[in-house]
Design a protein around this ligand. Structure first.
Ligand code: FUL
Length: 700
């Protein structure tokens, strides 16, 4: 009898509790983010700034040559301009290459003479990190620091004391970190690049030094020091001990559609884990998507017309923000010391397009119902996913791992974007979900995806419907959804693709077959009054093609697509290789490629007969775009008039090509020649493969 009374009392208490929202919140599931990681994730979008001696030597990786310091002399450096552009672009912070691989420091460090102290800029009395810290404060941006562990200039880099400790780590690397983290106020993120190449001018001598990047830097103690100085910081590291953030395995600007903010604390992290995380990982290690607004990380004048277009930047946006990642977009500072106007324009255009796309949340204040609500409590109701409050959420009963939400727009509404967020403080749970539209009396599936995490944004063809159903089809535990929103983003037409075949014929294609294409051949900006593209264009000489795609119905135009072609390959012949497919290297199609025969050893050469003498001022190499193999890292480029007497026109490295396998452009002192020879001496895998998508020349 007493038991019955107790049970009755218990049930009454639950009911009363229920009425007063006393239903317990869900317990966390798996690893959860630290406060620092939540704060970082909510930044969502911030800038990289690459600026160093490389800017003045036109390199991607400086060799650490002492003389380069004397070249560092920006004529109009303005950190306020950097901060203003980033702020106006909607960014929340700036991570600056305080020290890149060359070892050159942008602040008057006590650890080395290889810094702006010994540059002509401000007679060696400048402090760029200090200037940027002030500019960030002025514009309400957070400051981040990139310090390359690899230092191609420092004499002690890579050496060990008899006790096995590393004098470079103790007396240089950690001191540099300490200086940057103690002298410039709060730092939100510190970034340790994973590149540890080998050769450099260590102490002035051109040698190669190899280290084990997982042990040499004694990361555990380095992290301890960092967290003591800056308790609110997050650490990004692609070297050894797991840090707070992970690289996503590419610099192309995307993370996997399936993206768990989880890794295992120990063990290797192959590319697949970088791209997708680990579903049952034991540590919270979210992905940061880093890419440059241009092909390179540092400024190169020849990339002024290769700044990412709006469609390309939007693709990065949806493939980073929209896939539970953050977006770290790089601006290379130009030789004047400012963000180039073309880069600024591109970043502002992206900000405008994003603002327009997400201006109106069609789900806000709409009627919403859920298939299950935790404890039937209003505290976890479906409306909590639509109230715009990041700290309230729709939750289901513990035993309910699949559930759906139906948003009723009242009347048919056009929409093409869906956004969902998990309340990640309770762990990342959702494994798969679908979205459907109620059209003509039945549910039509719009998309079927996997993870959500901090934020997932889906883009799909515009649909008109009175209801949207969001169904979580599988989850590690009861779902906890803090936000769901729906939008109708305006159409952004893809830029037209401009290619030129070996024959010299130029083809311009638009993604949307209904589009009209207008183009110019004189480098001027195309409009709807320009020439209408109806057939291929003969263009055997140097030519600048610019084109736009126009939607005849909406009247909208795409951003400008452009290509600047040098001499055509019409009379080119590859010498001494029977395989017909070798002509893929000069067919003008970046999606075809050719590889040296398997049994060939490096060094391996490609000789091309240009058909007649040319004034050569450089060359271009594009590695295979379909296979991560045979990517040349070190080369020799020779020129000849008779295919007998050869002269070396250029030699060196394609820096960072492993992470950035794009066009490599090399200029050299002009030389006349009819034959060219590209000799591959090393590749990224240090084996004997050499692959090519395209080889081209630069003439003057
Ligand atoms: C890479 C570096 O080698 C590039 O130069 C650039 O700094 C990029 C962000 O990381 O590992």
């Amino acid at each position: 009898m007493i038991k019955m009374k107790c049970y009755t009392i218990l049930v009454c208490l639950c009911v009363i509790g229920n009425c007063f929202g006393q239903v317990k919140a869900p317990e966390p599931v798996g690893p959860t983010p630290t406060e620092n990681q939540v704060r970082w994730q909510e930044m969502e979008y911030y800038a990289f700034i690459h600026f160093s001696t490389n800017t003045f030597t036109d390199q991607e990786w400086g060799y650490g040559e002492a003389n380069d310091a004397k070249l560092f002399n920006p004529t109009n450096l303005d950190c306020d301009q950097w901060a203003r552009v980033c702020k106006n672009s909607g960014m929340k912070g700036i991570i600056v290459t305080a020290k890149h691989h060359s070892g050159f420091c942008l602040w008057p460090t006590e650890t080395t003479e290889y810094s702006i102290k010994n540059s002509p800029w401000k007679d060696g009395k400048g402090d760029i990190i200090g200037d940027l810290a002030k500019a960030c404060k002025k514009y309400g941006l957070k400051l981040g620091i990139y310090i390359s562990p690899w230092d191609r200039n420092n004499p002690s880099y890579g050496l060990l004391d008899p006790d096995g400790s590393a004098p470079y780590v103790k007396n240089v690397f950690r001191k540099q970190i300490e200086e940057c983290l103690t002298k410039y106020g709060d730092v939100f993120e510190i970034w340790f690049d994973g590149a540890n190449g080998g050769d450099g001018y260590y102490g002035g001598a051109r040698t190669s030094r190899k280290i084990d990047r997982t042990t040499y830097y004694d990361w555990a103690n380095t992290y301890k020091m960092i967290r003591k100085i800056q308790p609110k910081i997050v650490i990004w590291n692609d070297n050894g001990d797991r840090a707070d953030l992970r690289w996503v395995g590419t610099e192309s600007g995307y993370v996997g559609e399936t993206n768990w903010s989880l890794l295992n604390a120990k063990g290797d992290v192959p590319h697949d884990m970088l791209a997708h995380g680990v579903e049952n990982g034991d540590s919270w290690v979210p992905g940061e998507v880093n890419t440059s607004i241009r092909p390179g990380w540092f400024y190169h004048e020849y990339e002024d017309n290769r700044v990412k277009t709006l469609p390309e930047l939007l693709k990065v946006y949806y493939s980073s923000f929209g896939r539970n990642g953050t977006m770290l977009l790089n601006f290379p500072i130009d030789k004047t010391g400012r963000i180039h106007k073309t880069d600024e324009k591109a970043a502002l255009e992206l900000a405008g397009a994003v603002k327009e796309a997400f201006a109106m949340d069609l789900a806000k204040e709409m009627k919403v119902s859920a298939s299950n609500i935790r404890g039937k409590s209003s505290e976890f109701g479906a409306d909590k996913a639509l109230d715009g409050d990041k700290n309230t959420y729709w939750a289901t009963d513990d035993a309910v791992k699949t559930a759906s939400l139906i948003i009723d727009f009242g009347a048919p509404k056009a929409f093409n974007r869906f956004l969902a967020q998990e309340y990640i403080q309770l762990g990342q749970r959702v494994k798969s979900f679908t979205i459907e539209a109620f059209v003509n009396g039945k549910w039509k599936q719009l998309d079927n995806q996997t993870t959500i995490g901090y934020k997932r944004i889906l883009a799909f063809p515009t649909v008109k419907a009175s209801q949207l159903r969001f169904t979580i089809t599988d989850s590690k535990a009861s779902p906890v959804i803090s936000n769901v929103s729906v939008y109708n983003a305006p159409q952004i037409l893809e830029i037209p693709l401009v290619t030129r075949a070996k024959s010299g014929e130029v083809t311009i294609t638009a993604t949307d077959k209904e589009s009209q294409i207008f183009y110019t051949l004189d480098g001027s900006m195309p409009t709807k009054k320009s020439k209408l593209y109806t057939q291929t264009i003969a263009a055997e000489n140097k030519v600048s093609v610019r084109a736009i795609a126009c939607d005849p119905v909406s009247g909208k135009s795409s951003p400008v697509g452009e290509e600047h072609f040098d001499i055509s390959h019409k009379n080119w012949k590859i010498v001494g290789i029977e395989d017909e497919k070798v002509n893929n290297i000069i067919d003008g199609n970046r999606n075809t490629d050719w590889f040296q025969p398997q049994n060939n050893k490096l060094p391996a050469s490609i000789v091309i007969d240009l058909g007649k003498q040319q004034n050569l001022a450089g060359f271009k190499y594009l590695p295979s775009q379909s296979r991560n193999a045979g990517i040349i890292t070190r080369y020799q480029f020779l020129v000849s008039s008779d295919n007998k007497q050869w002269n070396v026109a250029d030699e060196g490295e394609f820096s960072n090509i492993k992470n950035n396998p794009l066009w490599q452009i090399k200029k050299f002192t002009p030389v006349k020649g009819r034959y060219i020879k590209l000799v591959a001496t090393h590749n990224t895998q240090e084996n004997n493969a050499a692959g090519y998508a395209e080889i081209d020349v630069i003439t003057n």
